[in-house]
Design a protein around this ligand. Sequence first.
Ligand code: MTE
Ligand code: MO
Length: 496
Amino acid sequence: MYELDFPVWIRITHWVNLLFITLLIRSGVEILGTHPKLYWRNDSKPGTEWARFTRKTMPTDKLYDTLDEEESYSSLVSMPGHKQLGLGRHWHFFSVIGWILTGLTYVILLLATGQWHRYWPYSWSIFPTAWHDLLTYLSFNLPPLLPGQPYDALQKLTYAFVVFVLAPFQILTGAAQSPAIEARFPRYVRLWGGRQAARSLHFFGLILFVLFIVVHVTLIAVWGWGMLTSLMIFGDVESRQWAIVLSLVIIAAVVAVHWAATKYTLRYPRRTQRALGAVVMGVRKWSLKPLVSKQNYSAAELSPEHRVNGKPPISDDYKIMAAHNFADWRLEVAGLVENPMTFTLQELQELSGTQTQRVLHNCVQGWSSIGEWSGVPLRTIVELVGPLPEARFLCVLSMQDSGRDEPSAPGQGQFYEIIDLSLARHPDALLAYEMNGGLLPIEHGAPLRLRLENQVGFKMAKWIDRIEFVSDYSGIGEGMGGWREDNVFYDKNVEI
Ligand SMILES: Nc1nc2c(c(=O)[nH]1)N[C@H]1C(S)=C(S)[C@@H](COP(=O)(O)O)O[C@H]1N2
Ligand SMILES: [Mo]
């Protein structure tokens, strides 16, 4: 039989994994807290959640939006804590890159060195033996190790499950929540039972990881902390005293990294956003960004109730325009273009090439809905105005003043989002004036809103009245690429 020892790469990846998995858990809780409800169905209809982690109740007599449902959790359980979804997302996606690289290194070395034998069951009898081991543990005794192996049968199966089932499961259910993947591979989301089922399953994965860590650490202590940490640090059982000290030092170091990273993030949110964003967006640029929507949900799948995020403008100007069916509204398209243009709503409706798409909408907070949107493809407008060679981005401006219209949200000023010119040319980029076969309702962005099907919801500005072509956005707002990016530290390109 193969000799199953503890080579140095097993020991290193083990401890690095501890750092990343705990970062993933805490930042995952932060993301959960932003919409602390779990559903099975794509429409996330209020009241249909099977689990909730909030005591808030929503008003039934006036419009509320999903920002009102957000919870603020302590930094003890969430990273960084205190309602910082944008920063929690940065940590989650940064850590997942590190975690996947660590995991790949581990699995490749397992295969290359023959250490995969440690997970090989050898015989079916391992299952009854594992069951027997479980009963032994439950009667507060320790089962025997498998002959010639460093594990008992239950332990071996559990580790194999965590490495080869649970970890890939978390990656796959995580990917099923990416709007870009959902848009390009709608059948893949269906495979998991839909977007919300994937989110719920991802949550079960979280629970299993936490359970595994608790039981694992407890049993290490029961079997002999010094002996086992000595194996995991030095590769043999000779230095138990040192191992006890060093293992506690390593654990303290991991706690210190969490503590320092949390403090730093809350204190310097902008620097954190820039640093982690550079890594995360760099990876998404070549992996998820090129994906184009192939969704075509059936009319029967439309959500009966499409949730709302963001409160409509309450200015008199807007209300008067709305009362006149937006006859006085204009869309101005200007900036670095050959022919600046202005459109009335009717002119937009009369442009040829109306496009309709039935798609899954993903809010950054975690809820989803399926809606049907019709309007003018954004690329039609791009072609009409003719961007100058130096134009690289579109600044999409909204009539909503966030400070005025959404007083409970942090930040002031006009809502806007910057999108890359390449994204504006995507076939699914749409300026929608209709929803579910009727005129666009006020709360969903009347008279005109953006749809970008491979992006998370917040990029799809509602109540828009101006599009400006620019070469650079560092001088717009705080220079981060949009109102949410400026004020709540979201990432500029959001394919997940
Ligand atoms: N002007 C403006 N547009 C906005 C928002 C907002 O707050 N203000 N919220 C965004 C977010 S986070 C989402 S999820 C979608 C929600 O669209 P819906 O309300 O039509 O579901 O709109 C986006 N567009
Ligand atoms: Mo959102």
